[in-house]
Design a protein. Structure first.
Length: 202
């Protein structure tokens, strides 16, 4: 299973946004400066139209922790659907199992959620699933293996306290549910989706 294992803060600084989605004072202060010894100089250069498209694509891809080959598949699937391509793309990414686990508050970051899925701690409709890219369908329930909660009281407390503010998800006790597919305006990603679509339409 291919995944990025390098420094996450470096990627966040390269894109200028907190793709990790965890609070970090040191990161917030450095987001305006790209990584590397020439970071400040590089920020003054004029970016071409292609460069803008590339950066938006990289932001979205890195936010969800998806590598290029897999991300292209999400783009291709979205382009085949009759609905708006950007919305179809968001729905494909948001219904990944690792993302749903993160959105439900079962994990404090997407990498953490991915690890929980890979280690077989996550159940979908009562069945164990260990594929982070597994697509959760409308009406599916997502829960954690009771054994991990029995062995980790801190984790259980964090999950119980996590609030769900997304209208397409619900959580009761230790069980979450995807009520429906999300609308694009319900997902607060600082991304210009049109530039992402244009990048792959060249």
């Amino acid at each position: 299973m291919a995944r990025y294992t390098g420094p996450k803060h470096r990627l966040a600084r390269r894109e200028g946004i907190n793709i990790i989605e965890k609070s970090s004072r040191s990161l917030e202060k450095r987001l305006m400066t790209p990584p590397g010894m020439h970071g400040k100089k590089g920020s003054r250069r004029k970016v071409s139209e292609y460069g803008l498209q590339l950066r938006e694509k990289q932001k979205l891809k890195r936010t969800y922790g998806v590598l290029e080959k897999q991300f292209r598949r999400y783009i291709a699937l979205a382009q085949k659907k009759k609905q708006n391509t950007a919305e179809a793309l968001v729905q494909g990414l948001e219904t990944r199992l690792d993302n749903v686990v993160y959105r439900l508050g079962f994990a404090n970051s997407r990498p953490h959620a991915r690890q929980m899925v890979s280690h077989r701690h996550v159940l979908v409709n009562g069945a164990r699933v260990n594929i982070p890219s597994f697509t959760v369908s409308s009406g599916d329930t997502v829960s954690l293996d009771p054994r991990i909660l029995e062995n980790n009281a801190v984790l259980k407390a964090q999950i119980e306290e996590a609030e769900i503010t997304l209208p397409y998800l619900e959580k009761k006790a230790m069980i979450g549910k995807l009520n429906r597919l999300p609308n694009i305006d319900e997902v607060a990603n600082p991304i210009d989706y049109q530039l992402v679509i244009e990048y792959y339409s060249r």
